[in-house]
Design a protein around this ligand. Sequence first.
Ligand code: NAD
Ligand code: DAU
Length: 351
Amino acid sequence: MKKKILITGGAGFIGSHVVRLFVNNYPNYEIVNLDKLTYAGNLANLADVEDKPNYRFIKGDIVDAAFIQELFETEQFDGVIHLAAESHVDRSIANPTEFVFTNVIGTVNLLNAAKHIWKDNREGKRFYHISTDEVYGSLGKEGFFTEETGYDPHSPYSASKASSDHFVRAYNDTFGLPTVISNCSNNYGSFQFPEKLIPLFINNIRNNKALPVYGKGENVRDWLWVVDHARAIDVIFHKGELGETYNIGGFNEWTNIDLIKVICKKMDKKLGREAGTSEKLITYVKDRAGHDLRYAIDATKIKNELGWEPSLQFEEGIEKTIDWYLANEEWMNNVTSGDYLKYYEAQYQER
Ligand code: NAD
Ligand code: DAU
């Protein structure tokens, strides 16, 4: 079936994997990637699909309501997969307002535009909002986040994502907008901006720079290979029930310090350095403000109802990921030059 699908934030980390999967797997779909190209958006992430006949890129800002309204009226999308966001917790602590604009107002602008163009016919239409497990807050040593867990966000980032989730549900409840939401755990893989733990540490090890571990490194995250997240998004977009929420996770919990030691060991081998060299770069620094202790997703619902499971074990995924960053030095050097350097200096200056 022919469909025109808008993917927002398609030049970012997860968005580029989603665009790639949809462009390659659905030649009948017209995929439109709308991205503002902030520091996190990079068209080099999509070099392998940019010439495909079913792919188009539009540069634009979801915060610009008039532009979004006009875009939807002109393009008459059948579906929206909304990933565009400010996504980094530390940046949300430094500048919360930007997160309100993009994550809350940007999402509401998209909801309004979809509501408007689908007002007479909602058959086959779908607004899919991509969210995070951080909206559920923090777990103690036991338990998992399920779809029924109450929202309890702690950072400006997670508060803005929680707010956007509430707006999506409100548009479903109030206006009957055909929506679906998923909340995913930490992703890792190729094309992730090196402000996030895994690519930052791989790059710092490569350059013999300190590895700034927040607090004692005891915080726990549940890591999922980004391609498996994109596969889950495909399944939910096509088979998820409207009005529902699906949790996506890797059943793969690591304390930060254990994960970092795995990366250090593998990097020593790959770089031909003496065992223990990279671990010496570990530097404990001031903890992140409001740092959530533990995230862990119960992904039973998506497994039982939609048949999705992670395809890759972590051991293989992290190996592939390290290899990718080592083989793509030019990509890394491009994104770590310029403005990124200023961010890095400011973020880590007093630690
Ligand atoms: P990212 O920061 O790598 O990419 C975000 C993209 O959105 C960039 O291409 C950026 O240019 C674009 N963008 C930002 N502001 C925009 C605006 N105003 N208008 C248009 N485009 C704009 O983020 P990511 O890690 O790929 O995350 C994508 C989505 O998935 C986000 O909604 C995030 O909350 C969610 N998520 C991320 C993770 C993770 O581990 N990274 C896990 C769960 C959910
Ligand atoms: O859980 C899903 C979320 O995962 C997504 O919604 C976010 O967009 C994404 O950024 C990610 O959030 P985290 O804050 O968990 O990811 P980050 O890579 O920033 O940090 C992972 C852990 O590592 C966290 O406990 C903080 C710690 N950390 C991070 C950095 C950047 C350090 O110890 N040192 C660092 O320099």
